[in-house]
Design a protein around this ligand. Sequence first.
Ligand code: SF4
Length: 237
Amino acid sequence: MSEQLRISAKNLGEVALPGFCPRCFWIKLRLQNKLPFQVFPGIFSSIDSYNKRLIHSWFDRHKGAPVWLKGLGTLSGYIEPPHFSKFNIMDKEYNILLTGSPDGIFVKPDRTHIIVDYKTSKYKGLHDKLYPMYEAQVNVYGMIGEQRGLAPVSGLALIYMEPVTDATAACDDANHRDNGFMMGFAANIQAVSLDAGIVRQLLKKAREIYEMPESPPGRTRCKDCELLANLLGVAKA
Ligand code: SF4
């Protein structure tokens, strides 16, 4: 029996990117994703969490969804997204524990569920170069949801919250406060098709890469690996 792997929805989604590097992924899997030199700004998770609270409090006060979510159709309520320690499933075929924590879960009048993820980013539709990763990420959520109390999942979506920073907004006195300024976010909803087949292909590829006894070749002309090779060359000399 192969060693059990634990992979988050987003990390599995990386495998779907056109510029995916199998060497990087192999290293991450072997190090259980504990990489050195990683610094992530906390502002994006703060915005996602504010976004979630904003929507939930609107539902609580107005008994319905804010108008900027109308692209999701009629919604009758929401469910607090579970923590990743509860929102996971074991894929027996590849012995991989799939984990995740979606940003939003909405209930439709027919009692089906829509699972969404918020992205603080310019909306480029299917031209977003990260779209294949996000598409896989929300499909993992859909797959977990089906087995963890959200069946049936009837829809998936990405909600791009695009900062409104044009000249009109910059010249609007209403955006000034005594203690700073306001910045708006415009919502763009991108529906994602339910496709468990995408997830199964990525699980297969992830297992194949992990089982390689040595790291596979990296991306050609990747500056970071060139720097490392040069450094190791200097260290050996
Ligand atoms: S080639 Fe680039 S992306 Fe791949 S392992 Fe090296 S540094 Fe990472």
